[in-house]
Write a protein that binds this ligand. Structure first.
Ligand code: OSB
Ligand code: MG
Length: 371
């Protein structure tokens, strides 16, 4: 039984090595909340994957900060920490705000693992010591530029490319990459940029032999994806639409996708992430771990969940240097030959936060205590 004595939130702004553009916007800095948890049994860290603006998700750093401060952190002060199920039960009445929940639950999970002398991966039931990974490439200014960027990543050893697309920057871009790399494991992510009216265009993507197309339709749609999937050979992978086990169940029952991207933040924590993993495993649906340009803190947690057996497809968990010059956690993650990253084995999260690096990028912090 663990008594949490103090929680500190840090709003950080960490510059990206290169701008990241999706169909909903362009990002040059990662604005995030880090969460530090102190208890009578040790301390640990969590990361919130909300962004500055409600584009990928309705959650923002402001909403996450507020919900953590007013509702979630007090739950942890009110009851001792036993296990993740108890923690989630304590805030089951809070609707949504999954990214806020996942930040606190992630820190709690790392602490629970640490107290048991286990790595977070082992605590979650992970079975793999290395996980296959790829790289997510933002929208580029031309097909030729995209091929250049892809070439550079392949040179670094990545063996699965994900290309962001949007209307006007789709067929020609994917055609160029496919032509340059005929056998490469390639996929596209539309971040909800299309509608069912685009079915003819989306059908043209079948010729590129993509591993999957991620979230072509609305961020909150499940039904229309089932209609689209019937028209495409390319497997649809849902990202934005899946916020819970129930969403996953609905999507699989309707045939809305053949793959699910599991993001710990989007589904509200490692425990719901594992439940979705388990459901998919029993239905023969492969999953992979999505990314939100995490720092080393969130990346370590992603590697832990991605070590579960049904995370068979390469995740968006690239090396730290793909995102940041000076990450705030150590050790940084490097790409192994074979396009894998090694899952941390030390007790708990397996990374430590560098206080000097953190102080450099902290905009604002606040500490909460019981009472
Ligand atoms: O849709 O997967 C996405 C980043 C921010 C918001 C949404 C997405 C992404 C990525 C980045 O694709 C993946 C990564 O962290 O490498
Ligand atoms: Mg996506």
């Amino acid at each position: 039984m663990i008594h949490v004595e103090q929680v500190t939130l840090y709003h950080i702004a960490l510059p990206l090595v290169s701008p990241f553009e999706t169909s909903f916007g362009r990002q040059t800095v990662r604005d995030a909340i880090l969460l530090e948890l102190h208890s009578d049994a040790g301390s640990s860290w969590g990361e919130c994957v909300a962004a500055e603006a409600p584009a990928y998700s309705y959650e923002t750093n402001d909403t996450a900060w507020s919900v953590l401060a007013r509702y979630l952190i007090p739950t942890l002060f009110d009851q001792p920490l036993h296990d993740l199920a108890g923690l989630h039960a304590g805030w089951a009445w809070v609707r949504g705000h999954n990214m806020a929940k996942a930040a606190l639950a992630g820190a709690a999970a790392a602490l629970l693992a640490q107290v048991q002398g286990q790595s977070l991966a082992a605590y979650l039931g992970g079975t793999r010591s290395q996980v296959p990974v790829g790289v997510s490439i933002g929208i580029q200014e031309s097909p030729a530029k995209l091929v250049d960027v892809a070439t550079a990543y392949l040179g670094q050893g990545y063996r699965r490319l994900k290309v962001k697309i949007k209307p006007g920057k789709d067929v020609r871009y994917l055609a160029a990459v496919r032509k340059a790399f005929p056998d490469m494991a390639l996929m596209a992510d539309a971040n909800s940029a299309y509608t069912l009216e685009d079915v003819d265009l989306l059908r043209r993507l079948d010729e590129f032999n993509l591993l999957m197309i991620e979230q072509p339709l609305d961020h909150d749609d499940i039904y229309e994806h089932s209609l689209l999937q019937r028209e495409l050979q390319t497997p649809i992978c849902l990202d934005e639409s899946i916020h819970s086990l129930l969403h996953a169940r609905a999507a699989l029952a309707l045939g809305s996708c053949r793959v699910i991207n599991i993001k710990v933040g989007r589904v509200g924590g490692l425990l719901p992430a594992r439940q979705i993993h388990d459901l998919c495993q029993t239905q023969g649906i492969p999953v992979w771990c999505g990314g939100m340009l995490e720092t080393g803190v969130g990346r370590a947690a992603n590697l832990a969940i991605a070590s579960l057996p049904n995370f068979t497809l390469p995740g968006d968990i690239s090396a730290s240097s793909r995102y940041y010059t000076h990450d705030i956690a150590a050790p940084i993650f490097e790409l192994n030959p074979g396009s894998t990253i090694t899952v941390p084995t030390a007790p708990g999260l397996g990374v430590t936060v560098d206080r000097t690096a953190l102080a450099r990028v902290t905009q604002h912090s606040q500490t909460f205590r019981p009472g």
